[in-house]
Ligand binder design. Structure first.
Ligand code: NAD
Ligand code: TYD
Length: 353
């Protein structure tokens, strides 16, 4: 089949990547979507089972830290666009293993930039290299204030430092070589298919298993939560309509103190599981705080709203309800991803319990 565009999505088997791939494959039957993913512990092809048979979808197992493999991929395919999501993404893992984050997030991004630059060879017409990043590059806020696109970078974890470094490289390729880049920095995502090392799926899984709910420190840290499908919509929009060289912040104007969010989740879970209100929250256990734990993240998303017309499509109440239903209806998915290596990760990370 003759496709109008060939798009490389990296990290498409992960949490956000799988929602992006599904959206693009279904919405653009005239694009070929090639998903390149190493399939680390966080990558799961089961996330894409509903689209993987489609003619406009292909998967290739690829480690972006391997320069030769990345070059070979670009020799085999001419891409019109790259949407780069592949990354090591969990702060706690970055604290125990920073080197892996530098390799994937920095060196991996560099390899993609270099291959892309060589392939496009100065002919950047209708080409886009779109780098997906995080609000964590801006550091940690006090009680007030928001992250703007112009906020100075101040990363404080090995994860956010590696993402900041990759953002800088992507921008440097725009200024130095004229590469057609775009960047977006998004707040915390929640939704289906998130690996249960992150707050919400970990708490849902533990409530299901009647295990303690480990709250770091006093539970007072604040995150700004966005439904993953709204992030995927924003990525589609920025890829097609965002201005080259620009950065867009994406967020839900939806700040929650961890402990309040956990209580809300516990009440929803009690209701869904037909148990007395208070059952799930009785599992809450305060544990040693994360080292260098960022206090507060909050995004100003007015640029993407004013310039591209994007805003979240669902309320938090609705998004959370859909999310909890998904995990309750997909207990086999949860038990498959939490078998094996997850058990040893969990023991090591939450050893005080
Ligand atoms: P994830 O950990 O669920 O998925 C990452 C994917 O990348 C996995 O499929 C994994 O197999 C793949 N991958 C890892 N190392 C690789 C390598 N060396 N080569 C090829 N593939 C590799 O992460 P996510 O939450 O879906 O995040 C995706 C992107 O969005 C990341 O760049 C992350 O920094 C960014 N982001 C995430 C959030 C969030 O709340 N989860 C918020 C803002 C930005
Ligand atoms: P997380 O989902 O790891 O995202 P990030 O650190 O990138 O924001 O954590 C969200 C918040 O929840 C963060 O403040 C740390 C806290 N947290 C806990 O209190 N307990 C946990 O077991 C986890 C995984 C996170």
């Amino acid at each position: 089949m003759n496709f109008q565009k060939k798009i490389l999505v990296t990290g498409g088997a992960g949490f956000i990547g799988s929602h992006v791939v599904r959206r693009l494959v279904n919405k653009y039957p005239n694009y070929l979507i090639l998903n390149a993913d190493k399939l680390t512990y966080a990558g799961n092809l089961e996330n894409l089972i509903d689209v993987d048979y489609k003619e406009n979808y292909e998967f290739i197992q690829l480690d972006i830290t391997n320069e030769r493999s990345v070059n070979e991929l670009f020799e085999a395919h001419q891409f019109d666009g790259v949407i780069h999501l592949a990354a090591e993404s969990h702060v706690d893992r970055s604290i125990s293993n920073p080197g892996e984050f530098v390799m994937t997030n920095v060196v991996g991004t560099l390899n993609l930039l270099n291959s892309c630059r060589a392939q496009w060879n100065g002919n950047f017409n209708n080409k886009v290299f779109y780098h997906i990043s995080t609000d964590e590059v801006y550091g940690s806020l006090g009680d007030t204030g928001l992250f703007y696109e112009t906020t100075a970078y101040d990363p404080r974890s090995p994860y956010s430092a590696s993402k900041a470094s990759s953002d800088h490289l992507v921008r440097a390729y725009f200024h130095t070589y004229g590469m057609p880049i775009k960047i977006s920095n998004c707040s915390n995502n929640y939704g289906a298919n998130q690996f249960p090392e992150k707050l919400l799926p970990l708490m849902i899984n533990n409530i299901n298993e009647n295990k303690p709910l480990p709250v770091y420190g006093k539970g007072e840290n604040i995150r700004d939560w966005l439904w993953v499908e709204d992030h995927a919509i924003a990525i589609d929009l920025i890829f097609h309509e965002g201005v080259l060289g620009e950065t867009y912040n994406i967020g839900g104007h939806n700040e929650w103190k961890n402990i309040d969010l956990i209580h809300l989740l516990c009440d929803i879970m009690d209701r869904k599981l037909n148990q007395a209100i208070g059952t799930a929250s009785s599992l809450i256990t305060y544990v040693t705080d994360r080292a260098g734990h960022d206090m507060r993240y909050a995004i100003d998303a007015s640029k993407i709203y004013n310039e591209l017309g994007w805003k979240p499509s669902v309320t938090f109440e609705k998004g959370l309800e859909i999310t909890v239903d998904w995990y309750l209806n997909n207990k086999e998915w949860l038990s498959r991803v939490t078998s094996g290596a997850y058990q040893s990760y969990y023991k090591k990370q939450y050893k005080s319990e």
